[in-house]
Write a protein that binds this ligand. Structure first.
Ligand code: HEC
Ligand code: HEC
Length: 289
């Protein structure tokens, strides 16, 4: 092209393009840039041939390697499931004691129990199993229904006062006020006696009057000194752990018109291996007997 000339300031040829007297210099791309560019083109071409790349309407080209990230995930999942099923089978066929004393199995069961707990139990018992009013703390060593592996297993499998389970744990504190078994003043005196049993501030005279009423009406379940009775799910009253509240008003309410906690049975909803893992997990929380 005739218009190509050398620019006298830079010493570079022009391309021959000119706009309104402004001429374009012909500065070639640096070699390193070009080679990098060619290399990426070759890489991309290779990739398109080997791997799934070009989108079609409902799928994509599969590539000659036949790779699929979904297949890879499925493969990993089925390997993990196979690994787990070995443990799950052993848990199914082992007694709770055997699971407890086998370090590997125990670690697996506690981890499985923890995640099953987060899904099924934490809405009532709290994510750390610390409970709330009306929902017992499972970390402490006070148990309504017993803290051995077998006790905990029975509670979880069959629940408490759960109508749909024939083997559910059951007991009922009488409604001394509502059913007119005790006068209001008697209830107030007995409540003072319960405050005394648990070493809280109380009216000594009223507590003295309430002692006999307590012996006659309450000791059969809660024990003469308030130690409780796990056979009947009757909480200890002589300590600082309270289920429905430690103050006089809460105690009077419970005597007059008692609450009865209901815990669902899990044997129907979860498989036995999961119930066992939950048992071992709850037992490991600190209060296991
Ligand atoms: C038939 C057994 C039985 C008798 C008798 C009984 N209770 Fe109870 N009591 C229970 C049970 C079971 C619970 C737990 C209720 C629940 O789990 O919802 C309970 C709970 C309580 C609580 C709540 C404890 C807490 O931690 O919040 C108090 C207080 C109490 N009882 C006091 C009494 C007093 C006082 C009497 C006598 C007037 C009495 N109970 C008689 C079975 C009994
Ligand atoms: C709908 C609420 C609810 C859910 C969900 C629930 N619980 Fe409970 N749980 C309770 C109540 C209420 C009690 C107390 C029952 C009573 O009054 O005796 C209880 C009691 C217990 C006890 C007995 C504690 C003791 O002191 O003896 C254990 C163990 C327990 N739950 C474990 C579990 C596990 C494990 C799960 C999950 C699989 C679970 N709970 C799910 C409400 C629930």
């Amino acid at each position: 092209m005739a218009d190509i000339e050398r620019d006298e300031h830079s010493g570079t040829d022009t391309t021959g393009h000119e706009w309104d007297g402004i001429k374009e210099l012909n500065t070639p791309l640096p070699k390193w840039w070009l080679w990098t560019f060619y290399a990426t083109c070759i890489w991309a071409l290779g990739y398109v041939i080997l791997y799934p790349a070009i989108p079609l309407i409902n799928s994509a080209t599969t590539g000659v390697l036949g790779y699929s990230s979904r297949a890879e995930v499925a493969q990993e999942l089925s390997e993990a499931a196979a690994e787990q099923s070995v443990y799950i089978d052993r848990i199914r066929t082992s007694s709770l004691e055997q699971i407890r004393s086998d370090q590997d199995l125990f670690t697996f069961a506690v981890a499985g129990g923890r995640s099953a707990f987060a899904v099924n139990c934490s809405q009532c018992h709290g994510s750390g199993a610390a409970g709330a009013a009306g929902y017992p703390n499972l970390n402490d060593d006070e148990w309504l229904w017993g803290g051995t592996l077998d006790d905990i297993h029975l509670t979880i499998a069959h629940g408490v006062r759960f109508d749909d389970d024939d083997e559910t744990r059951y007991s009922e504190m009488p409604a001394f006020g509502r059913d007119e078994m005790l006068e209001k003043t008697e209830i107030a005196d007995i409540a003072q006696h319960v405050l005394a049993l648990s070493n809280q501030e109380h009216d000594g005279e009223a507590a003295g009057r309430g002692a006999i009423g307590y012996s006659d009406n309450c000791a059969a379940c809660h024990g003469e000194n308030g130690a409780g009775d796990q056979f009947q799910g009757a909480p200890a009253l002589g300590d600082a752990i309270w289920f429905y509240g430690s103050d006089g008003a809460s105690i009077r309410t419970q005597i007059a018109n008692p609450k009865h906690g209901v815990m669902p049975a899990w044997a129907h909803r979860l498989d036995e291996a999961t119930v066992k893992q939950l048992t071992v997990f709850v037992h490991s929380l600190g209060g296991g007997e």
